[in-house]
Design a protein around this ligand. Sequence first.
Ligand SMILES: Nc1ncnc2c1ncn2[C@@H]1O[C@H](COP(=O)(O)OP(=O)(O)OP(=O)(O)O)[C@@H](O)[C@H]1O
Ligand SMILES: [Mg+2]
Ligand SMILES: [Mg+2]
Length: 517
Amino acid sequence: MAAPVLCRLCPGRRWSLAYINRGSRHETGTPTGSRSSGKRGQSSGVQQPLITAEKPRKGEHEWAAVVGLEIHAQISSNSKLFSGSQVHFAAPPNSLVSFFDASLPGTLPAGYQITQQRLPIAVNGSLAYSVFVGKKPSQLINKTVRIKQIQLEQDSGKSLHDDRRSQTLIDLNRAGVGLLEVVLEPDMSCGEEAATAVKELQLILQTLGTSQANMAEGQLRVDANISVHHPGEPLGVRTEVKNLNSARFLAKAIDYEIQRQINELENGGEILNETRSFDYKLGCTVPMRDKEGKQDYRFIPEPNLPPLLLYDSVSLPAGADPQQVIDIDQIRKRLPELPSVTREKLIQQYGMLPEHSLTLLNEAGLLEFFQNVMKETRAEPKKVTSWVLNTFLGFLKQQNLAVSESPVTPSALAELLNLLDRKAISSSAAKQVFEELWRSKGKTPAHIVSEKELGLLQDRETLEQLCQATMEEHPQVVMDMKKGNPRAINKLIGLVRKATLSRADPTVIKEILEKKL
Ligand SMILES: Nc1ncnc2c1ncn2[C@@H]1O[C@H](COP(=O)(O)OP(=O)(O)OP(=O)(O)O)[C@@H](O)[C@H]1O
Ligand SMILES: [Mg+2]
Ligand SMILES: [Mg+2]
Protein backbone atom coordinates (compact mmCIF):
# COMPACT_ATOMS: atom_id res chain seq x y z
CA MET A 1 0.00 0.00 0.00
CA ALA A 2 0.97 3.60 -0.34
CA ALA A 3 3.06 5.58 2.08
CA PRO A 4 1.70 9.04 2.84
CA VAL A 5 4.00 11.99 3.25
CA LEU A 6 4.21 13.40 6.73
CA CYS A 7 5.19 16.96 6.23
CA ARG A 8 6.13 19.73 3.96
CA LEU A 9 9.32 21.69 4.02
CA CYS A 10 9.07 25.42 4.25
CA PRO A 11 8.83 26.51 0.58
CA GLY A 12 11.90 27.81 -1.12
CA ARG A 13 14.28 26.83 1.63
CA ARG A 14 16.39 23.69 1.79
CA TRP A 15 18.37 23.08 4.92
CA SER A 16 21.92 22.10 4.68
CA LEU A 17 23.18 19.70 7.30
CA ALA A 18 26.38 21.59 7.75
CA TYR A 19 25.45 22.24 11.35
CA ILE A 20 25.27 18.55 12.17
CA ASN A 21 28.92 18.21 11.45
CA ARG A 22 30.84 21.21 10.31
CA GLY A 23 33.45 18.84 8.98
CA SER A 24 36.67 17.71 10.41
CA ARG A 25 38.80 20.73 11.13
CA HIS A 26 42.02 18.76 11.31
CA GLU A 27 42.37 17.82 7.70
CA THR A 28 45.87 16.50 8.18
CA GLY A 29 45.54 13.40 6.07
CA THR A 30 45.09 12.88 2.39
CA PRO A 31 42.44 15.27 1.13
CA THR A 32 39.36 13.78 -0.45
CA GLY A 33 37.63 15.02 -3.54
CA SER A 34 35.02 17.73 -3.70
CA ARG A 35 31.50 16.76 -2.90
CA SER A 36 29.59 18.90 -5.26
CA SER A 37 30.00 17.06 -8.54
CA GLY A 38 28.55 13.76 -9.64
CA LYS A 39 24.90 13.17 -10.24
CA ARG A 40 23.35 10.19 -8.59
CA GLY A 41 23.94 7.04 -10.57
CA GLN A 42 27.02 8.44 -12.22
CA SER A 43 30.62 7.74 -11.58
CA SER A 44 31.81 8.81 -8.17
CA GLY A 45 35.38 9.09 -9.35
CA VAL A 46 35.90 12.13 -7.10
CA GLN A 47 36.51 9.89 -4.10
CA GLN A 48 39.84 8.31 -3.62
CA PRO A 49 38.93 4.68 -3.00
CA LEU A 50 40.51 3.03 0.03
CA ILE A 51 40.65 -0.23 -1.82
CA THR A 52 40.03 -1.33 -5.29
CA ALA A 53 38.90 -4.85 -4.94
CA GLU A 54 41.77 -6.67 -6.58
CA LYS A 55 45.06 -5.79 -8.17
CA PRO A 56 44.52 -6.21 -11.88
CA ARG A 57 46.76 -8.55 -13.77
CA LYS A 58 47.98 -7.63 -17.22
CA GLY A 59 45.12 -7.43 -19.69
CA GLU A 60 42.57 -7.42 -16.86
CA HIS A 61 40.17 -4.64 -16.00
CA GLU A 62 40.41 -3.02 -12.62
CA TRP A 63 37.32 -3.04 -10.41
CA ALA A 64 36.12 -0.27 -8.15
CA ALA A 65 33.50 -0.76 -5.47
CA VAL A 66 30.76 1.74 -4.64
CA VAL A 67 28.93 1.78 -1.32
CA GLY A 68 25.97 3.93 -0.22
CA LEU A 69 24.24 3.57 3.14
CA GLU A 70 20.76 4.12 4.51
CA ILE A 71 20.99 4.48 8.26
CA HIS A 72 17.97 4.22 10.55
CA ALA A 73 18.32 5.60 14.04
CA GLN A 74 15.56 5.28 16.63
CA ILE A 75 14.85 8.70 18.02
CA SER A 76 15.38 9.01 21.74
CA SER A 77 11.88 9.64 23.04
CA ASN A 78 9.63 8.37 25.78
CA SER A 79 6.76 7.91 23.39
CA LYS A 80 6.08 6.91 19.80
CA LEU A 81 5.67 9.41 16.96
CA PHE A 82 1.87 9.51 16.83
CA SER A 83 0.73 7.60 19.90
CA GLY A 84 1.39 7.86 23.61
CA SER A 85 2.76 4.31 23.86
CA GLN A 86 6.08 4.10 25.62
CA VAL A 87 9.37 3.04 24.10
CA HIS A 88 11.62 0.59 25.97
CA PHE A 89 14.13 -1.92 24.77
CA ALA A 90 13.42 -5.55 25.68
CA ALA A 91 9.93 -4.94 27.08
CA PRO A 92 7.66 -8.04 26.87
CA PRO A 93 6.44 -8.49 23.26
CA ASN A 94 3.36 -6.44 22.35
CA SER A 95 3.23 -4.72 25.76
CA LEU A 96 3.85 -1.21 24.34
CA VAL A 97 1.21 -1.01 21.64
CA SER A 98 -1.70 1.39 21.30
CA PHE A 99 -4.70 0.78 19.03
CA PHE A 100 -3.21 3.27 16.62
CA ASP A 101 0.17 1.50 16.46
CA ALA A 102 -1.52 -1.81 15.72
CA SER A 103 -4.02 -0.22 13.32
CA LEU A 104 -6.83 -2.11 14.99
CA PRO A 105 -10.33 -1.74 13.51
CA GLY A 106 -11.62 1.71 14.19
CA THR A 107 -8.27 3.29 13.37
CA LEU A 108 -7.15 3.79 9.76
CA PRO A 109 -5.96 0.47 8.32
CA ALA A 110 -2.18 0.84 8.07
CA GLY A 111 -0.05 -1.38 5.85
CA TYR A 112 1.82 1.78 5.16
CA GLN A 113 4.53 3.77 6.80
CA ILE A 114 4.34 7.48 7.44
CA THR A 115 7.52 9.05 6.11
CA GLN A 116 8.98 12.36 5.04
CA GLN A 117 10.71 10.56 2.17
CA ARG A 118 9.55 13.01 -0.49
CA LEU A 119 10.01 16.15 1.58
CA PRO A 120 12.85 15.37 3.94
CA ILE A 121 13.69 17.56 6.90
CA ALA A 122 17.22 18.16 5.57
CA VAL A 123 19.07 17.66 2.30
CA ASN A 124 22.57 18.05 0.84
CA GLY A 125 24.70 17.67 3.94
CA SER A 126 27.98 16.00 4.59
CA LEU A 127 29.60 13.82 7.19
CA ALA A 128 33.33 13.96 7.82
CA TYR A 129 35.17 11.05 9.37
CA SER A 130 38.72 9.70 9.60
CA VAL A 131 39.72 6.21 8.61
CA PHE A 132 42.85 4.37 9.66
CA VAL A 133 44.58 2.64 6.83
CA GLY A 134 47.48 0.43 7.76
CA LYS A 135 49.09 0.57 11.18
CA LYS A 136 51.12 3.75 11.05
CA PRO A 137 49.55 6.87 12.60
CA SER A 138 50.43 8.83 9.48
CA GLN A 139 47.94 6.71 7.62
CA LEU A 140 44.89 8.37 9.04
CA ILE A 141 42.84 9.60 6.11
CA ASN A 142 40.17 12.27 6.40
CA LYS A 143 37.12 11.59 4.28
CA THR A 144 33.75 13.12 3.61
CA VAL A 145 30.57 11.42 2.52
CA ARG A 146 27.68 13.44 1.17
CA ILE A 147 24.35 13.14 2.98
CA LYS A 148 21.56 13.03 0.42
CA GLN A 149 18.77 13.57 2.89
CA ILE A 150 17.52 13.08 6.42
CA GLN A 151 13.92 12.26 7.10
CA LEU A 152 11.60 11.26 9.89
CA GLU A 153 9.55 8.12 9.62
CA GLN A 154 7.77 5.49 11.66
CA ASP A 155 9.51 2.30 12.63
CA SER A 156 7.73 -0.92 11.76
CA GLY A 157 7.04 -3.93 13.96
CA LYS A 158 9.44 -6.82 13.97
CA SER A 159 8.99 -10.48 13.26
CA LEU A 160 10.58 -13.20 15.34
CA HIS A 161 11.18 -16.54 13.68
CA ASP A 162 10.73 -19.66 15.72
CA ASP A 163 12.64 -22.23 13.67
CA ARG A 164 11.71 -25.15 15.88
CA ARG A 165 7.98 -24.65 15.44
CA SER A 166 8.26 -23.09 11.98
CA GLN A 167 6.32 -20.09 13.20
CA THR A 168 6.75 -16.39 12.76
CA LEU A 169 5.63 -14.21 15.64
CA ILE A 170 5.01 -10.49 15.45
CA ASP A 171 6.10 -7.95 18.06
CA LEU A 172 4.59 -4.49 17.55
CA ASN A 173 6.46 -2.77 20.38
CA ARG A 174 8.59 -0.96 17.85
CA ALA A 175 5.72 -0.07 15.50
CA GLY A 176 5.34 3.70 15.34
CA VAL A 177 8.57 4.59 17.14
CA GLY A 178 10.17 7.67 15.58
CA LEU A 179 13.00 6.87 13.20
CA LEU A 180 15.58 9.18 11.69
CA GLU A 181 16.68 7.93 8.29
CA VAL A 182 19.97 9.24 6.98
CA VAL A 183 20.59 8.48 3.31
CA LEU A 184 24.23 8.72 2.28
CA GLU A 185 25.33 9.18 -1.32
CA PRO A 186 27.34 6.33 -2.86
CA ASP A 187 30.70 7.88 -1.99
CA MET A 188 32.34 5.04 -0.11
CA SER A 189 34.28 2.09 -1.37
CA CYS A 190 34.81 -0.57 1.28
CA GLY A 191 33.48 -2.06 4.49
CA GLU A 192 35.95 -0.38 6.81
CA GLU A 193 35.15 3.03 5.41
CA ALA A 194 31.40 2.47 5.80
CA ALA A 195 31.80 1.15 9.35
CA THR A 196 33.89 4.18 10.32
CA ALA A 197 31.37 6.62 8.86
CA VAL A 198 28.55 4.87 10.75
CA LYS A 199 30.53 5.01 14.01
CA GLU A 200 31.08 8.75 13.54
CA LEU A 201 27.38 9.31 12.87
CA GLN A 202 26.55 7.16 15.90
CA LEU A 203 28.82 9.32 18.08
CA ILE A 204 27.22 12.51 16.75
CA LEU A 205 23.68 11.22 17.40
CA GLN A 206 24.65 10.13 20.90
CA THR A 207 26.36 13.44 21.65
CA LEU A 208 23.31 15.37 20.46
CA GLY A 209 20.96 13.07 22.36
CA THR A 210 19.04 12.35 19.15
CA SER A 211 19.33 8.60 19.56
CA GLN A 212 20.90 6.18 21.98
CA ALA A 213 22.08 4.57 18.77
CA ASN A 214 23.00 1.28 20.41
CA MET A 215 23.45 -1.04 17.46
CA ALA A 216 23.17 -4.22 19.52
CA GLU A 217 19.74 -3.09 20.74
CA GLY A 218 18.56 -2.28 17.23
CA GLN A 219 18.49 1.48 17.80
CA LEU A 220 20.80 1.99 14.83
CA ARG A 221 20.36 -0.22 11.78
CA VAL A 222 22.06 0.08 8.45
CA ASP A 223 21.12 -0.95 4.92
CA ALA A 224 24.21 -1.16 2.72
CA ASN A 225 23.91 -0.62 -1.04
CA ILE A 226 26.80 -2.09 -2.95
CA SER A 227 27.88 -2.18 -6.58
CA VAL A 228 31.07 -2.69 -8.56
CA HIS A 229 32.18 -1.24 -11.87
CA HIS A 230 35.24 -0.51 -13.94
CA PRO A 231 36.63 2.94 -13.12
CA GLY A 232 35.52 5.47 -15.72
CA GLU A 233 32.44 3.44 -16.63
CA PRO A 234 28.91 4.02 -15.27
CA LEU A 235 28.06 2.61 -11.84
CA GLY A 236 27.01 -1.02 -11.71
CA VAL A 237 23.71 -2.54 -10.57
CA ARG A 238 23.44 -2.40 -6.79
CA THR A 239 22.33 -4.93 -4.28
CA GLU A 240 21.06 -3.89 -0.86
CA VAL A 241 22.07 -5.75 2.29
CA LYS A 242 19.36 -5.00 4.85
CA ASN A 243 19.34 -4.42 8.57
CA LEU A 244 22.93 -4.68 9.66
CA ASN A 245 23.16 -4.02 13.37
CA SER A 246 26.84 -4.13 14.14
CA ALA A 247 29.69 -2.11 12.65
CA ARG A 248 31.78 -5.25 12.32
CA PHE A 249 29.08 -7.14 10.41
CA LEU A 250 28.47 -4.08 8.25
CA ALA A 251 32.13 -4.06 7.19
CA LYS A 252 32.16 -7.82 6.66
CA ALA A 253 28.91 -7.87 4.68
CA ILE A 254 30.11 -5.09 2.37
CA ASP A 255 33.50 -6.64 1.70
CA TYR A 256 31.93 -10.04 1.10
CA GLU A 257 29.38 -8.55 -1.27
CA ILE A 258 32.02 -6.62 -3.25
CA GLN A 259 34.02 -9.80 -3.75
CA ARG A 260 30.91 -11.82 -4.62
CA GLN A 261 29.83 -9.32 -7.27
CA ILE A 262 33.29 -9.23 -8.84
CA ASN A 263 33.46 -13.03 -8.93
CA GLU A 264 29.98 -13.18 -10.43
CA LEU A 265 30.82 -10.67 -13.17
CA GLU A 266 34.22 -12.17 -13.92
CA ASN A 267 32.53 -15.52 -14.42
CA GLY A 268 30.16 -14.04 -16.96
CA GLY A 269 27.22 -13.73 -14.56
CA GLU A 270 25.13 -10.65 -13.82
CA ILE A 271 24.20 -8.74 -10.70
CA LEU A 272 20.52 -8.61 -9.87
CA ASN A 273 18.99 -5.56 -8.23
CA GLU A 274 17.99 -7.52 -5.16
CA THR A 275 17.70 -7.25 -1.42
CA ARG A 276 20.03 -9.52 0.53
CA SER A 277 20.66 -10.28 4.16
CA PHE A 278 23.90 -11.05 5.98
CA ASP A 279 24.29 -14.45 7.57
CA TYR A 280 26.70 -13.58 10.34
CA LYS A 281 27.31 -17.22 11.21
CA LEU A 282 28.42 -18.10 7.69
CA GLY A 283 29.90 -14.65 7.01
CA CYS A 284 28.13 -14.32 3.66
CA THR A 285 25.18 -12.48 2.14
CA VAL A 286 22.11 -14.39 0.92
CA PRO A 287 19.25 -13.23 -1.34
CA MET A 288 16.02 -12.11 0.38
CA ARG A 289 13.87 -10.74 -2.38
CA ASP A 290 14.31 -9.21 -5.77
CA LYS A 291 13.58 -5.52 -6.25
CA GLU A 292 12.78 -5.61 -9.97
CA GLY A 293 14.12 -2.20 -10.65
CA LYS A 294 12.68 0.81 -8.89
CA GLN A 295 9.85 -0.19 -6.61
CA ASP A 296 6.69 1.87 -6.82
CA TYR A 297 5.82 2.85 -3.29
CA ARG A 298 2.82 4.92 -4.43
CA PHE A 299 3.46 7.79 -2.08
CA ILE A 300 0.44 9.92 -1.17
CA PRO A 301 0.24 12.98 1.06
CA GLU A 302 -1.14 12.46 4.57
CA PRO A 303 -3.91 15.05 4.91
CA ASN A 304 -4.16 14.63 8.70
CA LEU A 305 -0.68 15.88 9.32
CA PRO A 306 0.01 19.60 9.14
CA PRO A 307 3.24 20.79 7.53
CA LEU A 308 6.29 21.06 9.73
CA LEU A 309 7.65 24.55 9.19
CA LEU A 310 11.30 25.29 9.77
CA TYR A 311 12.70 28.81 9.94
CA ASP A 312 15.92 30.50 10.86
CA SER A 313 16.19 33.96 12.45
CA VAL A 314 16.19 35.58 8.99
CA SER A 315 13.17 33.79 7.54
CA LEU A 316 11.13 33.75 10.78
CA PRO A 317 7.89 35.71 10.14
CA ALA A 318 7.35 38.65 12.47
CA GLY A 319 4.94 37.86 15.29
CA ALA A 320 5.08 34.08 14.71
CA ASP A 321 3.85 32.01 17.63
CA PRO A 322 6.95 30.30 19.07
CA GLN A 323 4.78 27.28 19.94
CA GLN A 324 3.81 26.83 16.31
CA VAL A 325 7.08 27.27 14.48
CA ILE A 326 10.54 25.76 14.69
CA ASP A 327 13.42 28.22 14.72
CA ILE A 328 16.49 26.22 13.85
CA ASP A 329 18.84 28.99 14.98
CA GLN A 330 17.46 28.62 18.49
CA ILE A 331 18.06 24.87 18.31
CA ARG A 332 21.52 25.37 16.89
CA LYS A 333 22.42 27.58 19.87
CA ARG A 334 21.52 24.78 22.26
CA LEU A 335 23.54 22.10 20.45
CA PRO A 336 26.30 20.57 22.57
CA GLU A 337 29.86 20.47 21.31
CA LEU A 338 30.24 18.02 18.46
CA PRO A 339 32.83 15.23 18.58
CA SER A 340 34.95 16.74 15.79
CA VAL A 341 35.24 19.98 17.77
CA THR A 342 36.11 18.14 20.99
CA ARG A 343 38.80 16.18 19.18
CA GLU A 344 40.27 19.33 17.69
CA LYS A 345 40.40 20.92 21.15
CA LEU A 346 42.25 17.90 22.54
CA ILE A 347 44.76 18.17 19.71
CA GLN A 348 45.26 21.91 20.28
CA GLN A 349 45.20 21.91 24.07
CA TYR A 350 47.35 18.86 24.78
CA GLY A 351 49.27 18.39 21.55
CA MET A 352 47.53 15.05 21.23
CA LEU A 353 47.85 12.95 18.06
CA PRO A 354 44.62 12.88 16.00
CA GLU A 355 44.38 9.10 16.33
CA HIS A 356 44.60 9.37 20.11
CA SER A 357 41.79 11.91 20.17
CA LEU A 358 39.72 9.50 18.06
CA THR A 359 40.25 6.61 20.47
CA LEU A 360 39.45 8.79 23.49
CA LEU A 361 36.05 9.68 22.04
CA ASN A 362 35.18 6.32 20.56
CA GLU A 363 35.24 4.50 23.89
CA ALA A 364 32.25 5.41 26.06
CA GLY A 365 33.35 7.31 29.16
CA LEU A 366 37.05 7.32 28.27
CA LEU A 367 37.27 11.05 27.54
CA GLU A 368 35.69 11.88 30.89
CA PHE A 369 38.08 9.49 32.63
CA PHE A 370 41.04 11.17 30.92
CA GLN A 371 39.79 14.64 31.81
CA ASN A 372 39.30 13.66 35.45
CA VAL A 373 42.83 12.31 35.64
CA MET A 374 44.11 15.54 34.08
CA LYS A 375 42.34 17.58 36.75
CA GLU A 376 44.22 15.87 39.56
CA THR A 377 47.66 15.29 38.19
CA ARG A 378 50.75 17.32 37.50
CA ALA A 379 51.95 14.77 34.93
CA GLU A 380 52.43 15.85 31.32
CA PRO A 381 49.34 15.41 29.10
CA LYS A 382 51.37 13.11 26.82
CA LYS A 383 52.19 10.88 29.77
CA VAL A 384 48.55 10.82 30.90
CA THR A 385 47.37 10.04 27.35
CA SER A 386 49.81 7.18 27.09
CA TRP A 387 48.77 5.71 30.46
CA VAL A 388 45.07 6.04 29.70
CA LEU A 389 45.24 4.71 26.14
CA ASN A 390 47.86 2.01 26.59
CA THR A 391 47.86 0.75 30.16
CA PHE A 392 44.33 1.56 31.33
CA LEU A 393 42.49 0.80 28.07
CA GLY A 394 44.67 -2.28 27.58
CA PHE A 395 43.56 -3.69 30.95
CA LEU A 396 39.92 -2.89 30.20
CA LYS A 397 40.05 -4.58 26.79
CA GLN A 398 41.81 -7.61 28.15
CA GLN A 399 39.00 -8.19 30.62
CA ASN A 400 36.27 -6.95 28.31
CA LEU A 401 35.19 -4.22 30.73
CA ALA A 402 33.57 -0.84 30.09
CA VAL A 403 35.22 2.30 31.47
CA SER A 404 32.39 2.54 34.02
CA GLU A 405 33.32 -0.92 35.33
CA SER A 406 36.99 -0.12 35.87
CA PRO A 407 38.35 -0.98 39.33
CA VAL A 408 40.81 1.92 39.03
CA THR A 409 39.38 5.41 39.54
CA PRO A 410 40.68 8.54 37.80
CA SER A 411 41.89 9.85 41.19
CA ALA A 412 43.91 6.70 41.84
CA LEU A 413 45.57 6.89 38.44
CA ALA A 414 46.23 10.61 38.97
CA GLU A 415 47.89 9.89 42.31
CA LEU A 416 50.00 7.16 40.73
CA LEU A 417 51.11 9.53 37.98
CA ASN A 418 51.97 12.14 40.61
CA LEU A 419 54.23 9.66 42.41
CA LEU A 420 55.91 8.95 39.10
CA ASP A 421 56.14 12.65 38.30
CA ARG A 422 57.98 13.53 41.48
CA LYS A 423 60.24 10.51 41.02
CA ALA A 424 59.01 8.74 44.13
CA ILE A 425 58.71 5.54 42.07
CA SER A 426 60.30 4.23 38.89
CA SER A 427 58.21 3.60 35.78
CA SER A 428 58.46 -0.14 36.16
CA ALA A 429 57.35 0.17 39.80
CA ALA A 430 54.46 2.32 38.55
CA LYS A 431 53.30 -0.57 36.35
CA GLN A 432 53.37 -2.86 39.38
CA VAL A 433 51.39 -0.35 41.42
CA PHE A 434 48.83 -0.13 38.63
CA GLU A 435 48.43 -3.90 38.49
CA GLU A 436 47.94 -3.98 42.24
CA LEU A 437 45.41 -1.11 42.06
CA TRP A 438 43.50 -3.12 39.47
CA ARG A 439 43.51 -6.25 41.63
CA SER A 440 42.70 -4.75 44.99
CA LYS A 441 39.97 -2.18 44.82
CA GLY A 442 40.12 0.52 47.46
CA LYS A 443 43.87 0.60 48.06
CA THR A 444 45.65 3.84 47.27
CA PRO A 445 48.86 4.03 45.24
CA ALA A 446 50.79 5.40 48.26
CA HIS A 447 49.54 2.50 50.34
CA ILE A 448 50.70 -0.03 47.74
CA VAL A 449 54.10 1.65 47.33
CA SER A 450 54.83 1.44 51.04
CA GLU A 451 53.32 -2.03 51.47
CA LYS A 452 55.37 -3.49 48.59
CA GLU A 453 58.40 -1.28 49.26
CA LEU A 454 58.34 0.04 45.73
CA GLY A 455 59.58 3.53 46.56
CA LEU A 456 62.59 4.71 44.61
CA LEU A 457 65.94 4.30 46.42
CA GLN A 458 66.97 7.89 47.05
CA ASP A 459 69.83 7.26 49.44
CA ARG A 460 73.01 8.20 47.58
CA GLU A 461 75.33 6.29 49.92
CA THR A 462 73.46 3.01 49.52
CA LEU A 463 73.43 3.45 45.74
CA GLU A 464 77.17 4.14 45.68
CA GLN A 465 77.82 0.98 47.70
CA LEU A 466 75.65 -1.03 45.35
CA CYS A 467 77.47 0.32 42.32
CA GLN A 468 80.85 -0.47 43.88
CA ALA A 469 79.80 -4.04 44.71
CA THR A 470 78.39 -4.62 41.23
CA MET A 471 81.58 -3.37 39.59
CA GLU A 472 83.67 -5.68 41.74
CA GLU A 473 81.47 -8.64 40.83
CA HIS A 474 81.75 -7.95 37.11
CA PRO A 475 85.34 -6.95 36.30
CA GLN A 476 84.99 -7.98 32.65
CA VAL A 477 82.13 -5.54 32.08
CA VAL A 478 84.15 -2.80 33.76
CA MET A 479 87.07 -3.58 31.44
CA ASP A 480 84.77 -3.36 28.42
CA MET A 481 83.50 -0.07 29.68
CA LYS A 482 87.00 1.30 30.07
CA LYS A 483 87.77 0.20 26.53
CA GLY A 484 84.93 2.42 25.47
CA ASN A 485 82.30 -0.23 24.65
CA PRO A 486 79.09 1.83 24.82
CA ARG A 487 76.97 -1.19 25.66
CA ALA A 488 78.98 -2.03 28.75
CA ILE A 489 77.65 0.89 30.81
CA ASN A 490 74.07 -0.07 30.07
CA LYS A 491 74.82 -3.60 31.15
CA LEU A 492 76.21 -2.32 34.47
CA ILE A 493 73.23 0.01 34.99
CA GLY A 494 70.95 -2.98 34.41
CA LEU A 495 72.84 -5.07 36.95
CA VAL A 496 72.68 -2.36 39.62
CA ARG A 497 68.97 -1.82 38.99
CA LYS A 498 68.37 -5.55 39.28
CA ALA A 499 70.09 -5.48 42.66
CA THR A 500 67.70 -2.73 43.75
CA LEU A 501 64.63 -4.59 42.41
CA SER A 502 64.17 -1.81 39.84
CA ARG A 503 63.85 0.76 42.58
CA ALA A 504 66.72 3.01 41.50
CA ASP A 505 66.72 5.85 39.03
CA PRO A 506 68.92 4.76 36.08
CA THR A 507 70.20 8.30 35.47
CA VAL A 508 71.51 8.50 39.04
CA ILE A 509 73.20 5.08 38.69
CA LYS A 510 74.79 6.14 35.43
CA GLU A 511 76.13 9.28 37.01
CA ILE A 512 77.66 7.34 39.93
CA LEU A 513 79.20 4.69 37.63
CA GLU A 514 80.74 7.28 35.36
CA LYS A 515 82.22 9.09 38.33
CA LYS A 516 83.72 5.89 39.70
CA LEU A 517 85.59 5.19 36.48
N1 LIG B 1 25.16 2.20 -7.98
C1 LIG B 1 25.11 2.26 -6.66
N2 LIG B 1 25.96 1.52 -5.92
C2 LIG B 1 25.92 1.54 -4.59
N3 LIG B 1 25.05 2.28 -3.90
C3 LIG B 1 24.17 3.03 -4.56
C4 LIG B 1 24.17 3.08 -5.98
N4 LIG B 1 23.18 3.94 -6.36
C5 LIG B 1 22.59 4.40 -5.24
N5 LIG B 1 23.19 3.87 -4.15
C6 LIG B 1 22.82 4.08 -2.74
O1 LIG B 1 21.56 3.45 -2.53
C7 LIG B 1 20.80 4.15 -1.56
C8 LIG B 1 19.43 4.48 -2.13
O2 LIG B 1 18.60 4.75 -1.08
P1 LIG B 1 17.13 5.30 -1.26
O3 LIG B 1 16.52 5.40 0.09
O4 LIG B 1 17.22 6.54 -2.07
O5 LIG B 1 16.39 4.26 -2.18
P2 LIG B 1 15.95 2.74 -2.03
O6 LIG B 1 17.04 1.92 -1.46
O7 LIG B 1 15.52 2.35 -3.39
O8 LIG B 1 14.72 2.79 -1.09
P3 LIG B 1 14.36 2.06 0.28
O9 LIG B 1 14.19 3.15 1.25
O10 LIG B 1 13.15 1.30 0.00
O11 LIG B 1 15.48 1.13 0.66
C9 LIG B 1 21.59 5.37 -1.20
O12 LIG B 1 22.28 5.17 0.01
C10 LIG B 1 22.60 5.52 -2.35
O13 LIG B 1 23.80 6.11 -1.94
MG1 LIG C 1 17.26 1.15 0.35
MG1 LIG D 1 15.63 4.43 1.97
